[in-house]
Design a protein around this ligand. Structure first.
Ligand SMILES: Cc1cc2nc3c(=O)[nH]c(=O)nc-3n(C[C@H](O)[C@H](O)[C@H](O)COP(=O)(O)OP(=O)(O)OC[C@H]3O[C@@H](n4cnc5c(N)ncnc54)[C@H](O)[C@@H]3O)c2cc1C
Length: 551
């Protein structure tokens, strides 16, 4: 059988980006995807007759501008929808909206506190500056920390120079923020509790961490590098995220890549310390010179690679890589837009602007930390931190006329349930509760209970919600693992904590997209700079593969 140039395992957006660049370099990549659709965590699916939505990621990272240009995504009719509202926090008083326009946001915040309004402008400008200085990091291959090459040291030096250029105040901020708990960072900037919670939310999005966990400010710095703002923007794609990955797939195939769906890789073959190809679930063997895995580090190193292919210490590192998911998704098919109880007389029912971005539920830092407490002890939170999107506000094509889709990203729902419903479930206000009760510890028997709890929690803010639900899909962390191949149900292919970032992502020995097996590479969110629909891991990995092949 002819040996393939390159096989890419997985057609997530990073695998597709890598396929495009490798094909552009004159190679003939074959992309093998286990599902019947490409896109990985960036897909659009019908979850109820006539209702479609982005099943997992709802908003684009954003994608690196260079990728948008190189792949000429406009040519493939990709339309980004950027609502004026990034996020709107609901609580039992007036909502707090963060707009795309920082001045407008500061203006609105003046109604709450002139001090917070002033701080907001400074906050935005500070993270914009820090983000600009850090941006080169996104497309940099992390150095080998045991033996950095001259070129790696040169790139690090250039980055250091950029950081020096920030001036002492921002430089110290940057150094302090990385290891800080995001609750502390938010409190340094703002007095309003809800505003603090909105800021803190970025630090714990998808993380097995609460706002008081150390290092939760680091994702804000990363977000600032990606988007120029610590609070991530909301960027929908017309037709859902699947429209984006369909376009990436088209760009890759137009460049010369081949994509096969329903092609699950069962194992990566290694001969004499060198990759030799892959074997599919149907036992088809495909020899290849190079294999690039878009599967997460858990999939690649503990499922697909033979035990003996790497050293015991490497394997231990792979096993110790933390990938405990905490996110559940609930999609609701709604007959109409729900009424939110916060709406006051001076707000018109027709003025729906605040629904156009993300809705945040988590009134204060304590609320977010309590939501995390449940996961720490192996149970899901009855009052979860939620980020809600109603994509039909900007893209009515996703539902029948007049109807809406509501997607709820809910934390915390831990991958591993301990089988006890704890006092948190009883009376979190007084601290008194019923004793622990034995409950099933498997997600299959608790999926709908989780869905009910999330809908109940949201009904506090939208009292008529239940009456409008005509269909629902609940996805637990186990579903994220089983259906989408995410180890431990982790949305970022592994925790984005300081010990698993940059030269430590996923871990030492595999942090430069290369692995100890010659010819085997990683290109997914488990590599630098991590999760989010940015395309950066795929872009960086393809560059390293091309570099090695040229050598
Ligand atoms: C619930 C959820 C919500 C999220 N929300 C957002 C958001 O709003 N904004 C944002 O920017 N990011 C979000 N993310 C994160 C973002 O979606 C991911 O970081 C990103 O999609 C990862 O892309 P990837 O290409 O690296 O991997 P993936 O998208 O995970 O793709 C990996 C692919 O590999 C395939 N695969 C795995 N094993 C095999 C095998 N053995 N054989 C063949 N194929 C295989 C999988 O089926 C999959 O298609 C979210 C993620 C989740 C899960």
């Amino acid at each position: 059988m002819n040996k393939r140039d390159i096989i890419i395992i997985g057609a997530g957006h990073n695998g597709l980006v890598a396929a495009f660049y490798l094909a552009k370099a004159g190679l003939k990549p074959l992309v093998l995807e286990r599902r019947s659709v490409v896109g990985g965590a960036s897909v659009t699916e019908e979850f109820h007759p006539g209702f479609r939505c982005s099943t997992l990621a709802t908003s684009a990272g954003p994608l690196l501008p260079q990728i948008i240009n190189d792949l000429q995504l406009q040519k493939y009719n990709v339309e980004f929808i950027k609502p004026s509202v990034q996020v709107c926090a609901l609580n039992h008083g007036a909502p707090i909206c963060i707009y795309d326009d920082a001045e407008r946001t500061a203006g609105e915040l003046t109604k709450l506190s002139s001090k917070d309004a002033n701080s907001y402008s400074d906050f935005v400008a500070t993270f914009e500056r820090i983000g600009r200085a850090l941006r080169p990091l996104l497309t940099m291959t992390p150095p080998d920390i045991d033996a950095p090459t001259k070129s790696e040291l040169w790139h690090l030096g250039k980055l250091g120079w950029k950081i020096r250029g920030l001036g002492k105040k921002d430089e110290y901020r940057l150094l302090r923020y990385g290891p800080m708990a995001v609750a502390d960072l938010a409190a340094e900037w703002f007095a309003n509790e809800t505003l603090r919670a909105v800021v803190a939310a970025r630090g714990i999005f998808g993380a097995f961490a609460g706002p008081w966990s150390a290092g939760t400010s680091a994702p804000l710095l990363l977000q600032a590098a990606i988007s120029g703002n610590a609070i991530s923007p909301t960027i929908f794609v017309k037709g859902g995220m699947g429209a984006l990955t369909q376009a990436l797939a088209k760009a890759a195939t137009d460049a010369g890549a081949e994509i096969r769906t329903n092609a699950e890789v069962k194992s990566i073959e290694v001969k004499e310390d060198r990759v030799a190809g892959v074997v599919l679930a149907n036992d088809e063997s495909i020899p290849a010179w190079t294999v690039v895995s878009n599967g997460d580090p858990g999939v690649t190193f503990t499922k697909l690679l033979d035990y003996a292919a790497v050293t015991p210490s490497f394997r231990t590192r792979a096993q110790n890589y933390r990938s405990h998911g905490v996110v559940a998704m609930v999609h609701l098919a709604l007959s109409s837009l729900p009424k939110f109880s916060y709406r006051t007389a001076n707000r018109s029912e027709r003025d729906n602007e605040e629904f156009s971005g993300r809705l945040h539920i988590g009134s204060d830092i304590d609320y977010l930390e309590r939501a995390f407490d449940a996961a720490k002890y192996g149970d899901f939170s009855p009052k979860p931190f939620m980020e809600i999107t109603i994509p039909t506000m900007g893209d009515p094509s996703l539902a029948p006329s007049g109807a809406h889709v509501m997607s709820i990203h809910a934390q915390f729902a831990p991958y591993k349930l301990n089988g006890y419903a704890r006092v948190l479930r009883a009376d979190s206000a007084t601290g008194a509760g019923t004793p622990e009760a034995r409950v099933p510890s498997d997600w299959d028997s608790r999926r709908e209970e989780l869905g009910d709890a999330i809908v109940d929690a949201l009904t506090e803010y939208a009292p008529n919600l239940k009456a409008l639900i005509v269909g629902r899909r609940v996805l637990t962390p186990l579903d994220l693992e089983r259906t989408f191949g995410l180890t431990g149900g982790h949305i970022h292919h592994g925790e984005m904590s300081l010990d698993q970032l940059f030269a430590f992502r996923p871990f030492i020995g595999a942090a430069q997209y290369r692995t100890p097996v010659k010819g085997l590479y990683l290109c997914g969110a488990g590599t630098h700079p991590g999760g989010g629909v940015t395309g950066a891991p795929g872009f960086n990995a393809s560059r390293e593969v091309i570099k090695d092949l040229k050598r």
